[in-house]
Design a protein around this ligand. Structure first.
Ligand code: SF4
Length: 103
């Protein structure tokens, strides 16, 4: 079972994540995953604070890469799912992503 406050994994393999022991986000799950129907302004505020934690986290690269590989939702390693999607790590079910506007 993952420790409270560390991003929760949906994938089945937790054995390859020893870096989690160094995560600085323990106890702050509320900053990394939004509530249902979260307003955009609240999300932006929440993710700004999350990004500050990620910026000082010693395992941000491992965390970001894990989220990219596993197509995670939420804020991981300084990125949200929209940023991962744009970077080429497409979500399996891209629910809630902003769609590019057509001209
Ligand atoms: S990079 Fe961010 S989300 Fe990942 S473990 Fe560190 S603080 Fe948590």
């Amino acid at each position: 079972m993952a420790s409270k406050g560390v991003p929760q994994f949906r994938s089945t393999d937790h054995a390859g994540t020893p870096w989690l022991d160094q995560a600085v986000c323990r106890g702050r799950t509320d900053l990394f995953f939004g509530r249902t129907s979260e307003r955009p302004e609240r999300r932006a505020r929440r993710e700004r604070i999350a990004a500050m934690l990620c910026a000082q986290c010693p395992v941000s690269v491992e965390c970001r890469d894990f989220a990219r590989r596993n197509r995670e939702y939420g804020f991981w390693g300084g990125e949200d799912e929209q940023e991962r999607h744009v970077a080429g790590y497409h979500l399996t079910a891209p629910i809630g992503l902003n769609q590019p506007r057509s001209a």
